[in-house]
Ligand binder design. Structure first.
Ligand code: HEC
Length: 116
């Protein structure tokens, strides 16, 4: 009986190694991230970054999948909709006046830690 439990735990651990563990980021680690694309990085730094790297704003920290995965599960279209229409403390358009829908999609993938 004991052996079965140990084997089960070993199988679970092995399963976790398939993907790197999802760990929370500090605001400093979050603020150090930026989109690889220069245009996108510019848009990000002028708008989303001011809230999405500061815990007190209530915004999910960029790159912190412990805060994003539940939102990501809603689907990209739902997240795009929140970004464009706003959601509680999230202002409509995220204070980005030059962002196209494709820019928002790319920004959301980057911020949710899904662009790799
Ligand atoms: C003024 C602060 C602020 C700015 C600027 C901002 N956000 Fe947010 N954002 C928030 C807050 C607060 C939330 C959490 C809202 C909630 O769930 O109540 C949020 C949540 C989100 C979500 C998750 C929505 C959902 O449905 O779960 C997305 C996507 C998002 N922001 C994208 C962006 C993008 C892209 C930008 C830049 C173009 C941006 N935000 C700029 C404050 C901001």
């Amino acid at each position: 009986m004991r052996g079965v439990v140990v084997l089960g735990a070993a199988a679970l651990l092995a399963g976790c190694q398939a993907e790197p563990p999802v760990k929370p980021l500090t605001p400093q680690q979050s603020a150090a991230l930026k989109p690889a694309d220069a245009k996108l990085a510019g848009l990000y730094e002028q708008s989303c970054k001011s809230c999405h790297t500061v815990t007190d704003t209530g915004a999910p920290l960029t790159g912190d999948r412990t805060r994003w995965d539940q939102r990501w599960a809603k689907g990209e279209d739902a997240l795009l909709n929140s970004a464009v229409q706003g959601l509680n403390g999230m202002p409509a358009g995220g204070q980005c006046f030059a962002c196209t829908p494709d820019d928002y999609r790319a920004l959301i993938r980057f911020m949710a830690g899904r662009d790799k």
